[in-house]
Ligand binder design. Structure first.
Ligand SMILES: [Mn+2]
Length: 441
């Protein structure tokens, strides 16, 4: 028997990768994990008459010739299949878009393409070979791409993800159905947990990272909590959230975490409890909670994070300024030299007392009073950023004020730098690269 497998806790990209792999490898049997994520469970149940799967148990005592593995290269994530497989006669081929977790399946031939969704890579192969899909297959594949790329908004998205999606739409993929399958909370109890979770989140600013933390004590285990956490995360703007669920029935505690910031890698943080996942989504289970104060232990882990960037690390320094005691004529000359549309005005102690911009100069020119003191024309309303302000705080300052140039001051209120909106956006854009630097330090 030739088989196609994906990772345990099968997600939509994995399911779609299996389905598209079967178009490339006709006659191969899809073997489905015993553990499906809730969205995958829904798709499988709606298409149960169309899709046929073997289960890991069906592999027992079977001769397995060739294996195609999709959406994972990790031996840890395919254990439930290989536990039932003896000697593999033929070859093992892997199609994956994840970096290695250090436990690559041995003896396999790896094809790694770093698209946002693994399904995209498979679909491109279908395009290459002129293989068509029916509307249902195209819909499932598109759902997989939407899901892993978070509707084409993850950093990992490539032009090929769009190319694959475009092909799937041409094959009749239904947006209506894709939307329906991606609707995460299908059960009433999930909606109710969604509201409780939203209300129980506590926000902490930990070294500049905004982290939401919740703890719920539940009598019994519940399915679909990850989807609830995901949904809460999508409406909250925290950098990361950690939702702890204690189940009284067996005294276990699950921690489900989501992050949108590379400097807060949830998989690394949860790895102390043997958690799995990736930087942006991970979970861990503490089997016997006992006397352990899980929220405290989690906070201790979070405090090990490197601090977020501050105004000091993203500002332009030294800030060029204009002394307050000059004339408008001189102010104009200085501003030209500074080559910005505005600059801070400082007193003899380097304290910011106002802002001088092109507009102020034009006003003085119109009034024909370039000889008058700068003071008469400068903007006295100044918004200051403190050198210690975090990215979050800077963001808030920019959102609440319309100025483009924000002087940065130290604890003594002396001018030390300047941040423009462009500087801030550039810093956001470069966040990931900087986060990597911070972590390797
Ligand atoms: Mn994937």
């Amino acid at each position: 028997m030739n088989i196609i497998i994906g990772h345990s806790n099968t997600d939509l990209d994995c399911l779609a990768s299996m389905l598209t792999a079967q178009k490339l490898y006709p006659g191969y049997e899809m073997v489905l994990s015993n553990l499906l994520n809730p969205l995958t469970g829904n798709v499988v149940s709606f298409y149960i008459t169309k899709l046929s799967f073997k289960r890991p148990d069906d592999l027992k005592d079977q001769q397995i010739d060739n294996i195609v593995v999709v959406d994972t290269r990790s031996a840890n994530r395919v254990k439930e299949f290989f536990a039932n497989i003896g000697h593999v006669e033929g070859k093992i081929e892997i199609f994956d878009h994840h970096p290695t977790d250090g436990s690559d399946i041995p003896g396999a031939q790896l094809s790694f393409v770093g698209n946002g969704a693994n399904t995209s890579t498979m679909v491109l192969k279908l395009i290459e070979r002129g293989i068509k899909l029916d509307a249902d297959e195209a819909t499932i594949a598109l759902t997989g791409i939407f899901s892993d790329t978070q509707n084409f908004t993850t950093d990992s998205v490539t032009p090929d993800d769009f190319k694959a999606a475009s092909y799937l739409v041409s094959q009749g993929a239904s947006m209506k159905l894709a939307r329906f399958f991606l609707q995460p909370l299908k059960n009433d109890y999930q909606i109710s947990y969604f509201h409780s979770l939203l209300n129980s989140l506590d926000f902490h600013n930990l070294k500049g990272h905004e982290v939401g933390v919740s703890f719920m004590d539940l009598p019994n285990k519940v399915n679909g909590l990850a989807a609830v956490v995901e949904q809460v995360f999508s409406v909250e703007k925290a950098d990361a959230i950690f939702s702890m669920f204690h189940f009284q029935s067996d005294d276990s505690t699950s921690i489900i975490a989501r992050s949108r910031k590379k400097a807060v890698p949830v998989n690394k943080i949860l790895s102390v409890w043997g958690g799995g996942g990736h930087e942006k989504a991970a979970s861990a289970t503490i089997k016997k909670t006992g006397d352990m104060d899980v929220p405290m232990a989690l906070k201790a882990e979070l405090l090990k994070l490197p601090p977020d960037r501050t105004a000091e690390s993203i500002m332009t320094k030294p800030a060029k300024s204009i002394p307050v005691n000059v004339t408008m004529e001189e102010a104009k000359r200085r501003l030209l030299e500074i080559d910005h549309t505005a600059a801070p005005v400082v007193d003899s102690d380097d304290r910011v007392v106002g802002m001088m911009g092109n507009k102020n100069i034009r006003n003085a020119e119109k009034a024909n009073s370039m000889g008058s003191p700068l003071k008469t024309y400068m903007n006295t309303k100044v918004i200051l950023i403190k050198a210690s302000n975090t990215m979050r705080e800077i963001e808030k300052i920019f959102l609440e004020n319309k100025f483009n140039h924000m002087p940065v001051v130290n604890d003594d209120m002396k001018l030390v730098g300047i941040i423009t909106r462009k500087d801030f956006l550039k810093a956001i854009h470069e966040e990931d690269e900087l986060a990597e630097l911070l972590q390797t330090r």
